[in-house]
Ligand binder design. Structure first.
Ligand code: SF4
Length: 472
């Protein structure tokens, strides 16, 4: 019995449950007059958004109440991203402004977590120039948040906890999901690929797949709570299961999820082109619950640049797989990521990217100017492309892809689409926002009681990035 108690205690400590209880008690004792409040700002990918949902659940369980403005918060958490220089600069800019708020409310706690916290030079900069930041914790330390807060309140000293790598222990933590009809489900963490421009393998560590049973249990729980749509998340979902003892792969997992009663839409992100299999595409084609949407980041259309990026596929193999997917899945919506101005990119290489986007005919694309990320091989490549050339190429890329997006959207005019209604428009309370099965944003007049439902909307008008319609 004693051993059981010790084991339970160890597990609870590992997942942060014990600290949640202790912090909750501490807050109730020390803040009787007014409940503590929090706000979380999130930059970057859906993995970060999901981490923020977990942190929101943890701090609410500790006794904090959510507010919408930093001025009203006793705890501000910045969940950061390192993928682009822009996001990093914004975080530092915003952190600087928090100094004023902290002066007004010295009991305020300011925390920085996420990928930026994983980099030594950033932590050094925070230590030196941002003394008002109280907590710094990494992507592997989320379960420690209550303990770090408690220490910070008790000692009034800055807490910095960043693990280089670690087992994700937060599966058992509470979470406060942003929506009650669509949700993210992590299926794996980390990345083994080391694309030469990317910091993720350094900030999120090596790949760790969650067990199939654990994932299925989470999805069943969401189905029972009335969720309509789930998005399976991983940096490279196609290598799901490689690190597990059982011989399950992503296609197996997807198939098992596709038959769970209640979930009407399944999406997933992100698929690495080097690992996507025909079996996965066949599985997508087989089950109507798996959305006819594929995000397949190509990054560049030149084999020389793909090699320098360490992407491990060629433009030919990419197009072959894309054509197989288009032929297998009717009405497939395809999207991609593109990087312009990667070190060594010549005009001829760039022309190959333009040829690629014309051939692929993407429905939409996330396009970026290459920005060097400290610690990655591409950042120290002497062959950097000058800024003016990068910008000029980016403009030409936009001139090429935008008409393609518009043409694809215009092809939907007059057609009926199944739409998950997500929100009311910020600018007009009579207009609703929703997503088609292919994940296209659509605006249409309607009542807010439709939010969370899947309805049929007829497309009446199309712009480059938005559809407009009428409820049928
Ligand atoms: S696959 Fe490449 S781009 Fe994606 S997270 Fe891994 S290293 Fe980064």
């Amino acid at each position: 019995m004693k051993e059981m108690i010790a084991l339970n205690q160890e597990l609870a400590e590992k997942t942060g449950e014990l600290e949640i209880t202790v912090l909750n008690q501490w807050i109730r004792e020390h803040h009787r007059e007014k409940p503590l409040t929090y706000i979380i700002k999130t930059w970057g990918c859906q993995m970060n958004e999901r981490d923020s949902e977990i942190m929101a659940g943890v701090v609410e369980e500790c006794g904090y109440t959510r507010v919408d403005r930093e001025e009203e918060a006793d705890l501000i958490i910045y969940n950061t991203c390192l993928i682009r220089e822009n996001a990093e600069m914004k975080v530092f800019g915003n952190l600087g402004q928090l100094k004023v708020l902290k002066r007004k409310n010295p009991k305020m706690r300011i925390a920085l977590c996420g990928c930026m916290a994983q980099k030594e030079h950033i932590v050094a900069k925070l230590k030196k120039s941002y003394p008002h930041v109280d907590l710094v914790f990494g992507t592997h330390n989320i379960h420690e948040l209550p303990a770090l807060l408690l220490e910070s309140y008790r000692d009034n000293r800055r807490q910095i906890h960043v693990l280089e790598d670690g087992v994700k222990t937060y599966q058992n933590l509470p979470s406060k999901r942003l929506y009650n009809f669509k949700g993210f489900v992590n299926i794996m963490f980390g990345c083994n690929n080391f694309c030469s421009y990317c910091v993720v393998p350094y900030t999120r560590g090596r790949e760790q797949s969650r067990s199939k049973d654990e994932i299925l249990a989470e999805v069943r729980g969401l189905a029972e709570s009335g969720y309509q749509e789930i998005t399976l998340l991983g940096q490279n979902v196609n290598s799901y299961g490689n690190d597990l003892e059982s011989s399950v792969d992503f296609a197996d997992l997807l198939e098992a999820i596709a038959v769970i009663e209640g979930i009407k839409r399944i999406r997933f992100m992100t698929s690495h082109p080097k690992d996507i299999s025909r079996r996965l595409i066949d599985t997508m084609a087989k089950y109507p619950t798996i959305c006819n949407q594929l995000h397949l980041p190509v990054q560049a259309g030149s084999n020389a640049i793909l090699k320098k990026m360490n992407r491990k596929y060629t433009k030919e193999s990419y197009i072959e797989m894309l054509n197989y997917a288009k032929a297998s899945i009717p009405e497939l919506t395809i999207s991609t990521d593109l990087i312009v101005g990667f070190p060594g990119e010549t005009e001829a290489d760039f022309q190959e990217t333009l040829a690629m986007v014309r051939e692929a005919e993407y429905d939409f694309a996330f396009s970026y100017l290459y920005s060097p990320r400290a610690g990655t091989p591409a950042a120290i490549d002497p062959d950097q492309v000058p800024d003016d050339i990068k910008h000029h190429r980016f403009d030409r890329l936009m001139d090429t892809v935008n008409p393609i997006f518009l043409k694809k959207n215009q092809a939907l005019i007059g057609r009926s689409q199944k739409v998950l209604v997500e929100s009311v428009s910020k600018n007009d309370a009579s207009i609703l926002n929703g997503r088609t099965e292919g994940s296209k944003l659509i605006h249409f007049p309607g009542d807010s009681n439709l939010i969370g439902k899947i309805i049929t909307v007829k497309v009446t008008k199309a712009q480059t990035f938005i559809l407009f319609g009428e409820v049928e």
